[in-house]
Write a protein that binds this ligand. Structure first.
Ligand code: UT7
Length: 335
């Protein structure tokens, strides 16, 4: 069996900065409420006048990651693309990346696991490398939330949290023993699917039905979140995923050099930090600048942490996420 290692990282966020105060111009909210409950100061929302979409942002992040890996687009054997906000109902974003980057006719797989999307995507890529089937895989997480949020006061508990952006990693076959991905751990609990959900348009809630109803109180085409319920599950599932990753590799919490939690809410990350007795140096957060970018959040944070020199050779790094589904999981790596 081979092992896999991240050899290139990149991210892209739209230029348009939306501060908490900007939000107060179209909904009843406040900078104080948002910062106190979530830690978010600002987020990026796509300016519709630009060419930014889920796919184009993913392609921009991918180009950076491929270059940093010292590869060209022709060296990539496979694409795994994670998003909950694709440009189209079908096909998924993976094939758009193949086209935008003018890549050969390699396979492109889409992953639909919301906030855990990047963890799932990385884990899938790891399996393909382990078996020897592929050598270099492009793994992308990209989200355009701003196109589908209820930006009125009615949707404020959801819309203030989410931001747009993309991140990409190149996962490559690794020759060094004990380096790269040590293990990945994936979970789901579908009975809570409707606690964090966007129901329509979909086959059970199709566009003509929504239009025919013409009912302003029909919110099924906006994301719904039972915030406190999700929060409670998030803190316990995050912890479980981290413990599982450590135990699987006979490691202790003291061995963690860097924890990159999905950027759901700064309060969740701080709770986890305290629970595992980690210092500020051992946990990386950037939700303050970007909000929650769902499948892009872990990979944007990992890239920024690496760019800032916070991840060094041989460091033990844990990526962990929890979100809609519910789905959650972790990936543990020796850098
Ligand atoms: O990434 C996927 C996983 N997602 C998460 O992990 C998110 C987990 N949940 C959360 O982060 C928090 O539940 C939120 C930040 C979403 C909300 O915080 P909360 O402390 O759970 O607030 P709440 O929804 O219970 O609302 C408290 C009050 C309500 O007012 P009343 O009923 O007490 O008068 C809301 O109407 O805050 C009000 N409120 C707001 N006020 C100002 C809700 N959203 C806002 C807002 N601005 N944006």
């Amino acid at each position: 069996m081979y092992s896999s290692k991240i050899t290139g990282l990149g991210y892209y966020v739209p230029e348009n900065v939306v501060t908490n105060n900007d939000l107060t111009t179209f909904m009843e909210t406040s900078d104080e409420w948002i910062q106190e409950r979530t830690g978010i100061k600002e987020r990026r929302w796509i300016d519709p006048k630009t060419d930014d979409t889920t796919a184009t942002m993913g392609a921009k992040a991918a180009k950076i990651a491929i270059e940093r890996a010292g590869l060209t687009k022709n060296d990539i054997d496979f694409i795994v693309f994670a998003t909950l906000s694709p440009d189209m109902y079908f096909p998924g974003g993976g094939v758009q990346i193949q086209d935008l980057l003018e890549m050969p006719t390699i396979g492109a797989l889409d992953v639909r696991n919301q906030c855990s999307g990047f963890i799932y995507a990385l884990s899938v890529a790891d399996q393909f490398i382990k078996t020897g089937m592929y050598k270099n895989i492009l793994v992308i997480g990209s989200e355009n939330h701003s196109g589908a949020l209820d930006k009125s006061t009615r949707g404020r508990n959801v819309s203030v949290i989410f931001g747009d952006g993309a991140g990409a990693a190149i996962l490559s076959r690794c020759a060094e023993e004990g380096k790269g991905i040590l293990s990945s751990h994936l979970h789901s609990e579908g009975k809570h699917a409707k606690e964090l959900v966007l129901e329509g348009p979909a086959t059970q809630r199709w566009v003509p039905e929504i239009i025919e109803n013409n009912d302003d109180s029909d919110l099924s085409y906006y994301p719904y979140m039972n915030g406190q319920f999700v929060f409670k599950h998030a803190v316990s599932r995050f912890s479980e995923a981290i413990i599982e990753a450590l135990q699987a590799n006979n490691l202790q919490k003291e061995d963690i050099d860097m924890l990159i939690p999905h950027q759901a809410n700064l309060r969740i990350a701080q709770y986890i930090q305290k629970k595992f007795n980690l210092s500020d140096k051992q946990v990386f957060n950037n939700i303050m600048k970007y909000g929650n970018t769902t499948a892009a959040s872990v990979i944007i944070a990992l890239t920024e942490a690496w760019e800032q020199g916070k991840i060094k050779d041989n460091d033990l790094v844990i990526l962990a996420a929890f979100g809609s589904g519910f789905t959650w999981g972790s990936v543990i790596l020796r850098w």
